[in-house]
Design a protein around this ligand. Structure first.
Ligand SMILES: Nc1ncnc2c1ncn2[C@@H]1O[C@H](COP(=O)(O)OP(=O)(O)OP(=O)(O)O)[C@@H](O)[C@H]1O
Ligand SMILES: [Mg+2]
Length: 267
């Protein structure tokens, strides 16, 4: 099971769009794929037609002491092989509820361990705030995907995000690899082009070498509850997300080869 988390503390940068459109081509290729909505706003849940104010079985319920089997929380989406563990808006209360409790940082790790024979890939749509949910997502994933809108203010937010990320993941003993994905890129505007250049200079090793272009069809697809990569595979935005998926899988594979090499040299 390969687990990716999609996160950025800034809102509206394309996290949910990235989660949906990167995972759907995998599901379409026959890979059993699970989406986990950890965002209290539940926009991933709404995307597929479920109401985060009323779902009875959700990622929120995993954190309760009498949590049922995680496979009971899963619902289907509009795409074959793509399942969803929805969010409930009560997720917003978890930090207050669990603030003083120890041992709630591995709830998602444990839940996914129980699902490992059912799914080959998992994508986690993360909340915009750093709290118990984000800590859980970071512990569970092998790589973080960080969508960033190419604009000055987003770059400031990104700096903060990377700092916090490094702080948290140092506790894991090794740094969590991340891939910055420039989103909603409008090549006609100078501000976007300059921000992209600045991003590439600042994060030369962690930035994807392509961009997700601005494409109004993403909004149309979300209204219909379908990934654009399924609804209109020829759309520019859809092609870019397929390229992103390829890059993500390649990087993961390279990491694995590098680890195997190191292990064999050490042995
Ligand atoms: N490449 C794109 N081109 C045009 N519109 C886009 C693109 N990516 C996302 N959008 C639209 O921008 C809005 C915000 O995107 P999305 O919901 O994916 O962001 P988010 O980071 O998950 O937001 P939130 O912080 O609210 O969870 C949505 O209406 C989405 O359809
Ligand atoms: Mg979102």
């Amino acid at each position: 099971m390969r687990v990716f988390a999609v996160a950025n503390q800034k809102g509206g940068v394309g996290k949910t769009t990235t989660t949906v459109n990167t995972s759907a081509p995998l599901a379409a290729a026959g890979r059993r794929t699970l989406l986990l909505d950890l965002d209290p706003h539940g926009s991933l849940t709404s995307y597929f037609g479920y109401d985060p104010d009323s779902v009875k079985k959700s990622t929120y319920h995993l954190f309760q002491t009498d949590a049922p089997d995680p496979s009971k929380m899963i619902v289907q989406t509009s795409v074959k092989n793509l399942d969803l563990m929805p969010a409930n808006s009560a997720l917003a209360t978890l930090d207050r509820q669990l603030g003083v409790q120890e041992g709630k940082g591995l709830v998602i790790v444990d839940a996914l361990a129980k699902l490992k024979d059912k799914y080959s890939y998992v994508f986690i749509d993360c909340p915009p705030i750093l709290g118990v949910l984000m800590v859980n997502a970071l512990a569970a994933c092998e790589r973080l995907v960080v969508p960033v809108q190419a604009e000055f203010l987003s770059l400031k937010g990104l700096e903060r995000m990377i700092r916090t990320l490094n702080m948290i993941t140092q506790a894991r003993g090794h740094k969590l690899p991340y891939l910055i994905v420039p989103t909603m890129f409008d090549k006609r505007t100078r501000a976007a082009r300059e921000s992209l250049t600045s991003l590439r200079e600042t994060y030369p090793y962690n930035i994807w070498d392509e961009v997700i272009p601005i494409d109004t069809r993403f909004r149309d697809a979300s209204k219909l509850g379908y990934p654009l990569t399924m609804l209109n595979p020829g759309a520019r935005g859809a092609k870019s997300y397929r390229q992103l998926l390829t890059a993500l899988l390649r990087k993961t594979h390279e990491d694995e080869l590098a680890r195997a090499k190191i292990n064999s040299e050490v042995a």
